[in-house]
Design a binder for this molecule. Sequence first.
Ligand SMILES: O=C(O)CCC(=O)C(=O)O
Ligand SMILES: [Fe+2]
Length: 227
Amino acid sequence: MTTKTKSDYPDNADQSGLKRVGDSVRERLAANPDAYKVPSDEVELYAIGDFMTAAECAKMMELIDATAQPSRVFDLDYSSGYRTSYSGDVDPHDPFVKKISRRIDDLLDIDPSFGEAIQGQRYMPGQEFQPHNDWFHPGTTYWDLEMGAGGQRSYTAMVFLNEVEAGGTTDFTDIGLSIEPKPGVMLAWNNAYPDGLCNPKTMHAGRPVQAGSKYIITKWYRTKRWG
Ligand SMILES: O=C(O)CCC(=O)C(=O)O
Ligand SMILES: [Fe+2]
C-alpha cells in the first residue's frame, strides 16, 4: 500500500471544518489534567483513564450483548473478513446511553449535533478490525452521501469496556503504537492534521482477540450536524 501525501487530500475533504474541530478539541484537552497526550509527532491522540466506571462498563456490555444479532454474519464487512467483530448501534434513546454520549461530548467539547450515534462492538476470539482510517475516502460511492450528511469524520472517541485475556490491542500501524485494552479508558484522536487535511497516519486496527472477549464503544464526530 502506498502512503498518500497531504497533497492527495484537497479541500473537498472538509479541511476548514476539520481544522476548526481539531483546534477546539486541542485547546479543550490541553486544559484537562486527566487527558494524557500520547507522544507522537504524527497523530494527535489522547488517553483518558477512568472515563467510565466498572459498573458503567458492565452495563454497556449488557446493552451490546442485547443488540447482537447472528444475522450480522451477512454484513458485507463481516463476510469480507475486514471487520469480523459484531457491531451495532446501542439504543441512542436509552437514558444510560445518552448519559455516556453526553459525557463524551462534554469531555471533547464538540457540538453534540456533530456526533454520530454510539456504536458498540464485541470481538470474540479470532475476530478483528483490520487496518483502516476512520475518515471517508474521496472517490468512494458513499462520499457524496456522507459529505452531505455531516461532512468528514473529525474526531474518534473510543472506550474500552473490559480486560481482554489475550490479543485485541488497538494498534496505530503506521506509527508503531500498540495500546492494550484497559476497562474504562477512552482513546480520542484527531483524524486530521492540525491544518485540517485528513491524516493517513491515523491508520489503526483492532487486532484479533486471542482469548476472552473485547467490548468497546466508538463515537465518531463530523464537521457539522450529522444525519
Ligand atoms: O477495536 C479497536 O480497537 C478499533 C476499533 C475501530 O477502529 C473503530 O471502531 O473505528
Ligand atoms: Fe476505526
